[in-house]
Ligand binder design. Structure first.
Ligand code: B12
Ligand SMILES: C[S@@+](CC[C@H](N)C(=O)[O-])C[C@H]1O[C@@H](n2cnc3c(N)ncnc32)[C@H](O)[C@@H]1O
Ligand code: SF4
Length: 610
């Protein structure tokens, strides 16, 4: 028997750093290849490597590897290159194969720079991988790239059901039993491909491609497997979940039914379709009512037409967004909006306007900003735009615990329309709105003032920015974010913070909760310019979860402020008793901090007002 090793290493992530997705891509490769009798008779899968262990230790325990396949993503490339180099050194006749979205589309130079790699595969890997194991002539296999020849992209798999499920076929059984300390998350596909072609994105070589689907029967069996295993998290890797209304509704109904019957899976997650629709809302509502939904996404990337044209993306109409956000607010479905900072044509003003347009549309839940990464095979990387790029470390969840094989990400920190200083100011404005509005500290007051027609969100938050710049505690927090951002995006790492970069703007929230008296003192000075009723300020304050308070508690108000702000109900002057409660109790400060971050989309830091 010839020994095969497959490597799909990743960081452990999550609140306790013990979560990881089962290595689905290499699982598919093996499930597909090993259904062939010649392969199952002649090859054995010795090990699937997932942890970023010391490379020498891994090579030491390898036994006569015949083929090692490496699955290469932006978050594991450095490690995979180092491990593969050491494998080749120790076992020179072993065939080293690289695949995955981080392998360049034209890997000629890559193969020259990394002479230890024998083959790079572009496109779906199942068929070329199988052909290689069958010993077919390499030049006849589509998708194969070597130092001497290349055969382009692999051909699309017509019927995805030809790939046996790695879950129900037991590919991961051994891995799960070896690593029983990891809480494995399960990732499924119901289809492959994305019909759109946003230039910043690279949907694993299947961007701008026809969508191919798995059968419903296959999908349901995989869901059963995930539920049986007891997966905390079930994630659909489709590019646009909800795009096929009937099918995707059937999938969510099935998950909901299982959860209601056996309590599993616990959570459902998906990349929701670019342009939402009523049926997405129905799915989200059902999932939410069964405590399965983490949040619904309304990814817009930008609200500016020039930016959207530059990235070849067409968002849904603002009116539709407005409607969906209002519906979610009404039904209290957790949702968030994704933006990308650093896109071509974006300016400081258009960034501020984008954020304020979202508030105007009713986005009072969570706004999440991604920094624009240059994905190697994206159109953006090939367009030849004049972009200022920073190579940064500790970007991914879990990567803050630095190891020897630091992964880097290329992030756009300046464009033709935005210089570095403006980029940093965009981060600051984003920080301001997220920390004060989305996390709730000024949300009720600003919504009240906007509703009364006294201010616009833009004037309110620009005013707040000026106030913070002249305050004491809040100014320190802002300056900390600003100086850490400058350091990170010039030197590539933080000066003092030990967090993954994606957490930067959220890192103030715990400090604000811990020092809430100072925050309220400084905010009250700010609020005083608007001549607000003390009763409303009391409500605003009670909306923020307080470390020192015992929940639930009741308070009497002279007006129905909350209903007036949230719904379209007249403001009435009569006594209202409101109860304030919190989502769940925590015992330690670190748990409190983690919840503020991980449950930000569910407004964990706010009180539940009844
Ligand atoms: C699920 C997913 C996640 C999950 C889990 C990822 C994980 N740990 O496994 C979550 C939500 C955590 C995630 C996060 C991110 N993700 Co993501 N994610 C995906 C997604 C949707 C599916 C990946 C997948 O398994 N697909 C199904 C398998 C079957 O397809 P595949 O991976 O492409 O593998 C096939 C081929 O590539 C090839 N192949 C792969 N490996 C190998 C190996 C060999 C030997 C061979 C022969 C062939 C081969 O064959 C496979 C089967 O056909 C992809 C998009 C997509 N659909 O591909 C993005 C994608 C992988 N993610 C991407 C990015 C950028 C991110 C983030 C960095 C985004 C961010 N927030 O900044 C984060 C960071 C992740 C981290 N580690 O911290 C990019 C990666 C680009 C790149 N060059 O690596 C992708 C392509 C999409 C995108 N444009 O956003 N992600
Ligand atoms: C790839 S989309 C998938 C969901 C859906 N198709 C959509 O477009 O809304 C998921 C998210 O990945 C993030 N993303 C993709 N490419 C990125 C890049 N180059 N830099 C930063 N974020 C990126 C964006 O925030 C995007 O909203
Ligand atoms: S961003 Fe979404 S819609 Fe656009 S190409 Fe990527 S996956 Fe498709």
């Amino acid at each position: 028997m010839k020994n095969v090793y497959l490597s799909q290493t990743n960081y452990l992530h999550g609140p306790e750093n013990k979560n990881m997705y089962l290595p689905y891509a290499v699982g598919c490769l093996w499930a597909y290849a090993s259904k062939d009798k010649y392969i199952s008779d002649n090859y054995t899968l010795k090990e699937i490597l997932v942890l970023r262990e010391d490379v020498k230790k891994v090579v030491d325990r390898m036994k006569n590897p015949y083929i090692v396949g490496f699955s290469c993503y932006v978050w594991n490339e450095e490690y995979q290159l180092e491990l593969s180099k050491q494998v080749k050194k120790r076992f020179p006749s072993c065939l080293i194969i690289f695949g995955g979205p981080q392998v360049p589309d034209e890997p000629k130079q890559y193969l020259k720079d990394n002479t230890h790699i024998d083959i790079c595969i572009r496109g779906e890997g199942e068929e070329p991988f199988k052909q290689i194991l069958l010993g077919k002539e390499l030049t006849s296999i589509k998708g194969v790239h070597t130092k001497s020849f290349q055969t382009g992209h692999s051909e699309r798999i017509e019927d995805l059901d030809d790939i046996p499920s790695p879950y129900t076929n037991g590919v991961f059984d051994k891995l799960i039993s070896i690593h029983n300390d990891i809480d494995w998350h399960v990732m499924l596909e119901s289809n492959r491909g994305c019909p759109h072609r946003c230039t910043f994105c690279d949907w694993g070589a299947l961007t701008f491609s026809k969508i191919k689907k798995y059968s419903m029967d296959r999908i349901k069996k995989d869901i059963d497997w995930a539920a049986g295993y007891g997966s905390e998290y079930l994630l659909f890797a489709d590019a646009n979940f909800g795009i096929f209304k009937d099918r995707d509704e059937e999938i969510t109904d099935y998950v909901v039914e299982l959860k209601n019957k056996i309590g599993q899976p616990k959570m459902f997650s998906a990349s929701w379709t670019k342009n939402s629709n009523q049926s997405v809302l129905n799915m989200a509502e059902k999932l939410y009512n069964s405590d399965l939904l983490r949040s619904l996404t309304f990814a817009v990337q930008s609200m500016d037409e020039a930016v959207l044209a530059a990235i070849k993306r067409k968002n849904m109409k603002v009116n539709d967004l407005d409607y969906f956000l209002q519906e979610c607010n009404k039904k209290q479905i957790p949702y968030y909006t994704e933006l990308i900072l650093g896109l071509p044509e974006e300016t400081y003003d258009s960034w501020v306007d984008s954020i304020c347009k979202l508030l105007n549309a009713g986005q009072h839940s969570a706004i999440e900003t991604h920094f624009l990464q240059i994905l190697r095979n994206s159109a953006l990387n090939k367009e030849g735009r004049d972009l200022k790029v920073a190579k940064t470390k500790t970007y991914f969840d879990g990567s803050e615990n630095i190891d020897e094989y630091q992964e880097t990400v290329e992030i756009v920190v300046g464009t033709e329309t935005m210089n570095f200083d403006e980029f940093v100011e965009c981060i600051v404005f984003n920080w301001l709105v997220v920390n004060f509005h989305s996390y709730g500290w000024t949300q009720l007051v600003s919504r009240y003032l906007v509703k009364r027609g006294d201010v616009s969100y833009k004037s309110f938050y620009k005013n707040l920015l000026n106030h913070v710049s002249e305050s004491t505690f809040l100014k320190n927090e802002m300056n900390l974010i600003k100086s850490e951002a400058r350091h990170y995006f010039t030197k590539g790492y933080f000066k003092n913070l030990n967090i993954p970069a994606q957490r930067l703007i959220y890192s103030s929230q715990f400090n604000m909760h811990k020092n809430s008296d100072k925050v309220w003192d400084e905010l009250n000075i700010f609020f005083s310019q608007y001549q607000l009723d003390k009763d409303l300020l009391r409500l605003q304050k009670s909306y923020i979860r307080d470390l020192k308070s015992q929940y639930p508690y009741k308070l009497k108000f002279d007006f129905n402020w909350f209903e007036y702000i949230i719904n379209d109900i007249e403001l009435i002057n009569k006594p209202f008793i409101m109860e304030f409660d919190v989502m769940d109790e925590v015992k330690t400060k670190s748990e409190y901090r983690e919840n503020l971050y991980y449950k930000k989309r569910q407004s964990w830091g706010n009180t539940i007002i009844k």
